[in-house]
Design a protein around this ligand. Structure first.
Ligand code: ADP
Ligand code: ZN
Ligand code: ZN
Length: 684
């Protein structure tokens, strides 16, 4: 029996190098979760190994304080170590991603079960027994006293057992019939099913136009995995915006589905996690963190809307759930199935493509017209205004929230900027505030200029708030959806129910919503995303326009999309207008190959920040000089953020593993007091 448990304490300190040795209590193995004394406090720890003897003096080993009832499957412990290496982080931080949140305990209750028939019962007792026989074991609840009396007569068994806190969208029981697949769907499913059967860790891309029935393919592919005794993980973008897919899985599979997302209560999360861990639930649906669902023998990992930016995690470790999904599937010999109408060039190159080229309802894709905005004042072109007047329901996308993007003084030119960041403040009229979209700084809207005293303050540009107002002034019923809206689901519902309405918002309006009667889509300032100095700018622009087009013209409504732009010839916009995903992807891959950008290389971004510019640049320079196996761009100064001066290094490599390791060493060696470092492998 190994005496020693090697424990990784879950702390965020980077300098700490675990694991640390403790005495191993009986039954504790890799994946066990413990509370251990560590320094002067008790911390949560995960057992990452066991050993017969310790390098530390055995006499000094201490026992854990507590063994928790949650146990990580060993494959997730290994996955955490992989993530730590892959994203230049620490095992402790990666383990904190995969481990369930401690704290919540099982909720216990008395369960009653009828075990015999009795005589001489009161009518109420007879009724209780009858209902128990019908329902099977159930929570005693208010009937407990009466049931106790029946228990004493040997007619009922009472037992203390956990009760599940079920998230309310898990509609238990009701299962909707599955439709007859179209020929394209059936062909895709046949390949997926064969791949699950073959256990050869196939990696597939379901490239299907919007409305082509990708979700139905995921559903039946998950059923195919279940039929072989295997589990499935289904990743979706933010749950708040995609409630439809969750309820479709819940309807189809009932209690076999667990949902894991951040809006659950701690108790619901705990119970869903344990149902998966115990094998009671075999399918997990959720956003990026659901890739860590504790399912044994996974047969299928789905990534829906794989182009979505939410799959990248913004805290350390900066993991990309799409890459982790690929690793998780490979570890389980499972099929990786990523789907999108606008797949990433990376996926197109690396995965075998299955196609759904037609909409299920046979409707044609909407007619997309480019509206040249050069020489037009105002946010909307006259043609757009006319089209909106004719349409019963329309969606208008403007990827900028707030009223106007910057405010300055007409007299002296003074511009209002954030005191913590080098960016303009955005006017939010509803709250009477200027706000920084980077650090959250807010201040009252100025009445006069602080520099010259002039009361002539100019507002420039248009955001969603102003567009909402302008469209209202044109007589439309307007609903707005952006990050300033507290309850996105209710806005979507109101839009669905409305007879006539315009939905205005940021990219949130272009997510996979399925409204049958949207006649018009409008993209305002389509080239805004192109102005970012980022090699993914073209890809993002294409996806945004194509995804919005996918919302229009479903059901029997003829769809039309207007794309307002100052750059009508931009390849991404022109290709989206032609619905030419293949042409766009081909051109984009050729461009990336020529410039050696991903997927033909890996990028690593290192940001150093400090109070002063000097030390930040110096640290970045020192790291750049040490890194091997990569070409180094920079250091370059970045705009000041949250009161910190910043410098950036960009590394490009074709030897990913070696370069990441070298970055880890360089970063450790370059640690300077007062300089913080962040490493982002595959930055977005
Ligand atoms: P996508 O995910 O590709 O945008 P969906 O899966 O949302 O498309 O499908 C669009 C609509 O078509 C949904 O309302 C869905 O229920 C329906 N649907 C999907 N497959 C079929 C089918 N084989 N027969 C009839 N309706 C279908
Ligand atoms: Zn002024
Ligand atoms: Zn700021």
């Amino acid at each position: 029996m190994p005496r020693v448990a090697k424990v990784e304490p879950i702390t965020t300190a980077r300098a700490l190098r675990g694991p640390f040795d403790y005495l191993r209590p009986e039954g504790v193995g890799v994946g066990s979760m413990l509370v251990v004394p560590f320094g002067h406090r008790d911390v949560l720890g995960v057992v990452v190994g066991v050993a017969d003897a310790s390098d530390v003096d055995d006499e000094r080993l201490v026992a854990p304080r507590e063994v928790l009832d949650a146990e990580l499957p060993p494959d997730l412990v290994a996955l955490a170590h992989w993530i730590a290496e892959e994203y230049c982080s620490t095992p402790a931080r990666a383990l904190s991603l995969v481990a369930p949140q401690p704290g919540a305990k099982a909720r216990m209750a008395w369960w009653a079960q009828a075990i015999a028939d009795g005589e001489g019962l009161t009518p109420r007792q007879a009724e209780l027994l009858r209902s128990l026989r019908e329902s099977g074991p159930r929570v005693a609840g208010a009937d407990l006293p009466a049931l106790r009396r029946l228990e004493r007569r040997g007619l009922v068994r009472l037992e203390r057992r956990p009760v599940r806190r079920a998230p309310h969208h898990a509609q238990v029981g009701a299962r909707r019939a599955q439709p007859e697949l179209t020929a394209d769907q059936a062909a895709a499913l046949a390949e997926i099913e064969a791949a699950i059967e073959a256990r050869d860790a196939a990696r597939l891309l379901l490239h299907g136009v919007t409305g082509s029935g990708k979700t139905e393919v995921y559903l039946q592919a998950a059923a195919a995995a279940l039929a072989r005794g295997r589990g499935a993980i289904v990743l979706v973008p933010e749950i708040a915006l995609t409630p439809q897919i969750v309820s479709r899985f819940a309807e189809r599979f009932g209690d076999t589905v667990a949902v894991l997302h951040s809006r659950l209560s701690a108790g619901e999360r705990r119970d869903e996690w344990h149902r998966l861990r115990a094998g009671e639930a075999r399918v997990c649906v959720g956003p990026r963190s659901a890739v860590f669902a504790p399912i044994g023998d996974i047969g299928l990992v789905v990534v829906d809307e794989e182009h979505d930016a939410s799959y990248k995690h913004e805290g350390d470790p900066r993991y990309d759930a799409r890459r982790v999904a690929w690793k998780r599937a490979a570890d389980h010999d499972a099929v990786l199935l990523v789907g999108s109408a606008t797949p990433r060039p990376e996926s197109v190159r690396a995965l075998r493509r299955l196609r759904l080229p037609r909409r299920v309802d046979g409707a044609p894709l909407p007619d997309v017209q480019i509206v040249d905005m050069r020489g037009t004042d105002g946010a909307l072109h006259p043609d757009t205004v006319h089209a909106l007047a004719d349409a019963r329901k329309a969606i208008v996308l403007l990827n900028r929230r707030g009223w106007s993007n910057f405010v300055d003084c007409r007299t002296c030119g003074h511009a209002w900027t954030c005191p913590n960041c080098d960016v303009s403040l955005v006017l939010h009229r509803a709250g009477g505030m200027l706000a920084c979209h980077h650090c959250g700084h807010r201040e009252r809207v100025p009445r006069s200029c602080g520099e010259c005293g002039s009361v002539s303050v100019a507002r420039h540009g248009t955001g969603t708030e102003r567009l909402e107002h302008d469209l209202g002034a044109l007589g439309h019923e307007v609903l707005r959806l952006d990050a300033d809206v507290r309850d996105p689901a209710s806005v979507l519902q109101a839009f669905e129910r409305a007879e006539r309405a315009v939905l205005v918002g940021t990219q949130m309006v272009a997510k996979g919503h399925d409204f049958p009667d949207v006649a018009l889509g409008v993209v305002v300032d389509a080239d805004a995303t192109l102005r970012f100095p980022d090699f993914r700018a073209e890809e993002r622009t294409f996806a945004l326009v194509a995804q919005l087009a996918g919302r229009a013209g479903r059901g029997d409504t003829l769809g039309r999309v207007l794309v307002q732009t100052l750059a009508p010839e931009a390849p991404s916009i022109a290709a989206a207008a032609r619905h030419d995903a293949d042409g766009f992807l081909e051109g984009e891959l050729a461009r990336r190959e020529a410039l050696a950008y991903p997927p033909f290389s890996t990028l690593i971004r290192i940001v150093c920040s400090a109070e002063e510019q000097g030390p930040a640049l110096e640290a970045a320079g020192a790291i750049g000089a040490r890194v091997r196996h990569a070409s180094v761009l920079g250091p370059a100064p970045l705009f000041r953020l949250r009161g910190r001066e910043r410098a950036q290094l960009l590394l490009k490599t074709t030897a990913r593993r070696a370069a990441v390791r070298s970055v880890g060493e360089a970063v450790a060696a370059a640690r300077v007091k007062g300089v913080s470092l962040s490493v982002d492998v595959d930055p977005q």
